[in-house]
Design a protein around this ligand. Structure first.
Ligand code: FAD
Length: 327
């Protein structure tokens, strides 16, 4: 910990390892030390300033390379600023069930389901692997955080504040504004675009060979790759051969649980990682990509290098742009 360790990490990430130049391509990773900067814990504790990181990124652009990756790390730091301003504006409403938009949505309270989510025994490998990583290390990738939050709030429809509270108790990089702001956004409580992720699709896109889920879920070690993200689809024979019997949660003769009965889990109605749900303001369907705030609009426009109104109807180019931001 401390400033010395923060500076050493910055030096490693930018200069010794030269990872900044490929950040855009690696930032959605989940396994390993260098797919992202991992500077968040030091930022959260005030051991390093975002200005120093931004200044070093500028120097890297001058001395090594200037590309989309070097732009993107600073862009992510701006999200951090954004959530600080967002919370300053909305005050304690970010801690309330209806969030800053004052949604009347009712959230489920189901202690068993919540426990399964926390301990990583939901039966959805991507969720379980991420939750076990969090419990073991105090860290979870941004990709993982978005998926487990979407699963808790939008699929299981459990009170999103229980998820935020759990993150608060475990994250090494816990930051009031980044945590509660991102959770409120994930639950659709900010009025902005909502990403309801299709967990199976996300798993195949970001963990194609199953290395990540196998790393954290040893019970899936020998499950064939085409079933590792959907182990409930294994035949009896395959379960036998892979030494992984999938069955009811709590059944001691089983190695891994089947997911709770929810059609969302299986992806039939999932949004493919992109389908918006119309967050809180009653917009349904294909997800509207609009800037939630003028600040967000400014950020979106920065990426386009132009002025004009950002946002627009989902499904087209504008939507892709929001995907870059939130995915
Ligand atoms: P990098 O990808 O290297 O990004 C560099 C820095 O940019 C990060 O260190 C962070 O300061 C900032 N940043 C990146 N993404 C975001 C974002 N979406 N929102 C705000 N800042 C961002 N981040 C925290 O620092 N503390 C939290 O408590 C926290 N809770 C989160 C909860 C949820 C539900 C979600 C979806 C995201 C949360 N994040 C939080 C944001 C993000 O996941 C982490 O900042 C990031 O994964 C930390 O890893 P890194 O330092 O390697 O990030």
């Amino acid at each position: 910990g401390g400033e010395a360790a923060a500076l050493a990490r910055l030096k490693h990430y930018l200069w010794d390892g030269d990872h900044l130049g490929t950040y855009f391509e690696t930032r959605n990773g989940m396994l390993g030390a260098d797919y992202s900067s991992k500077l968040a814990p030091w930022l959260a504790h005030g051991c390093i300033s975002p200005r120093l990181i931004a200044a070093e990124c500028g120097r890297y652009e001058r001395e090594r390379v200037k590309n989309k990756s070097t732009y993107w790390l600073v862009f992510e730091l701006i999200w951090r600023d954004f959530f600080k301003l967002y919370c300053a504006k909305h005050g304690t409403s970010v801690f309330k069930a209806g969030g800053p938009i004052g949604s009347a949505q009712r959230w489920r309270k189901d202690p068993t389901l919540l426990r399964r989510w926390k301990e990583g025994t939901t039966g959805v490998p991507l969720v379980d692997a991420n939750m076990r990583e969090l419990a073991a290390t105090g860290f979870m990738s941004n990709r993982g955080r978005q998926n487990v939050a979407s699963y808790l709030a939008l699929d299981l429809q459990l009170d999103w504040r229980d998820g935020a509270d759990h993150f608060e108790s475990l994250l090494l990089d816990y930051d009031v504004c980044s945590n509660w702001g991102n959770w409120a956004a994930a639950a659709g409580m900010t009025g902005g675009r909502v990403n309801r992720f299709n967990l199976v699709k996300q798993s195949k896109d970001y963990d194609a060979d199953g290395a990540y889920v196998r790393h954290w879920l040893p019970e899936l070690a020998n499950v064939p790759t085409d079933k590792v993200h959907e182990p409930w689809k294994m035949s009896k024979d395959e379960m036998e051969r892979s030494g992984c019997r999938v069955g009811n949660y709590g059944d001691a003769s089983c190695d891994y649980p089947t997911p709770p009965k929810s059609h969302f889990v299986y992806g039939e109605k999932g949004g493919g990682g992109g389908g918006g749900r119309g967050g809180g303001r009653g917009r349904g369907g294909g997800g509207r990509s609009v800037a939630a705030t003028p600040a967000q609009a400014a950020i979106m426009n920065r990426g386009k290098g132009g002025g004009g109104r950002s946002g627009g109807r989902g499904g087209g180019r504008k939507r892709v742009q929001m995907d870059y931001m939130m995915d």
